[in-house]
Design a protein around this ligand. Structure first.
Ligand SMILES: NC(=O)c1ccc[n+]([C@@H]2O[C@H](COP(=O)([O-])OP(=O)(O)OC[C@H]3O[C@@H](n4cnc5c(N)ncnc54)[C@H](O)[C@@H]3O)[C@@H](O)[C@H]2O)c1
Length: 307
């Protein structure tokens, strides 16, 4: 199968490219390298350094005719979306409209889209069920939700199938410690270099950490006919507190477990976890990697890059 991966030089996208190539698929990557890295992309997949908003994407799809497009390229920072909502909308909404136009011109069967738990806002119940109401409370959440509705509109209009995957906190090798979301990468980087680490609030805030290879399994499964026209949560349903996460990363890094504490940040959710059961029923997807196992692999990868 021919698969075009947008954002394929990024953290999750590059692992997806590796998994697809391993299964014998033909893969092409589109990425503007705004946060992705050329050296993340396997030699087996040509990289087109291109903004997803660029009309050239439509020409590329028309010529290469991908059967599936996995759309992961995005402005990924909630804080950046608050600071510059127009830029966020341009990349995440206009970019998705361009990707869907490319899918239409390229005769693409299906688009698999990376959405975020941010679309749930402050959830009523945790773990958040698959059919929970959405409640976007940031421009990033609004742009992701808007992109989801574009998928549905292109299915209605042109018959292009789609699956939306709502990702919880993904962690693993190649995640950048630069962003705000990669708490595991931030702790790992600091603890390996002996720098101080900081927890916001009392450390009781919880998140649902899911390993990148498990998430990639979900994308590969969604490339098939299963889950057409639906959205699924990809998470573990398990809440881990910031304080406990710090203890686990410190143990994996062989570093002291002594974080500093700072006041809670305005707008931070006190708790989050999503119910993965619908993804099991609809796609056959299940998270496989225990947090301690995934953290060990992540820390080992970060350590190997320092040698
Ligand atoms: N990492 C997480 O925990 C998480 C959680 C929820 C959703 N997501 C979503 O998953 C996707 C991948 O995220 P990631 O963590 O791998 O981030 P990432 O920043 O590593 O990957 C995003 C990639 O998209 C590229 N990109 C950005 N803007 C582009 C543009 N205009 N044109 C072409 N390429 C562009 C970047 O260069 C980068 O390689 C994103 O859509 C993100 O919103 C991630």
């Amino acid at each position: 199968m021919r698969v075009l991966v947008t954002g394929g030089a990024g953290f999750i996208g590059s692992h997806l490219v590796d998994a697809l190539l391993k299964q014998g698929h033909e893969v092409t990557v589109v990425d503007d390298l705004s946060s992705g890295r050329r050296d993340n992309v396997s030699e087996g997949a040509p990289l087109h350094v291109l903004d997803v908003r660029d009309p050239a994407l439509v020409e590329l799809a028309a010529a290469w005719r991908p059967e599936v497009i996995c759309h992961l390229a995005a402005q990924i920072s909630v804080r950046a979306s608050v600071a510059d909502p127009v830029h966020d909308a341009r990349v995440n909404v206009e970019g998705t409209a361009r990707v869907l136009t490319a899918a239409h011109r390229g005769g693409t069967r299906k688009v698999v889209f990376a959405s975020s738990v941010a679309v749930y806002g402050r959830p009523q119940a945790i773990p958040v069920p698959g059919d929970a109401a959405t409640d976007p409370r940031s421009p990033y959440a609004a742009s992701k939700l808007s992109a989801e509705t574009y998928l549905a509109s292109f299915k209605a209009l042109h018959g292009i199938d789609y699956t939306t995957l709502v990702l919880s906190n993904v962690y693993g090798p190649r995640q950048s410690p630069e962003g705000e979301a990669g708490v595991v990468a931030i702790f790992t980087d600091a603890l390996l270099s002996g720098a101080p680490t900081l927890l916001y609030g009392d450390g009781d805030q919880t998140r649902d950490y899911v390993y990148v290879e498990d998430v990639v399994d979900g994308f590969v499964m969604a490339c098939g006919p299963a889950g057409g026209g639906r959205r699924f949560n990809l998470g573990t349903g398990i809440q881990t507190t910031d304080r406990h996460l710090h203890t686990l990363v410190a143990a994996a890094a062989g570093a002291p477990d002594r974080p500093g504490f700072a006041p809670a940040r305005l707008g931070d959710l006190p708790a989050m976890a999503v119910d993965p059961l619908p993804a099991f029923e609809g796609l056959g997807w299940q998270p496989r990697t225990e947090l301690t196992t995934g953290l060990k692999a992540t820390v080992e990868w970060a350590r190997s890059r320092r040698r």
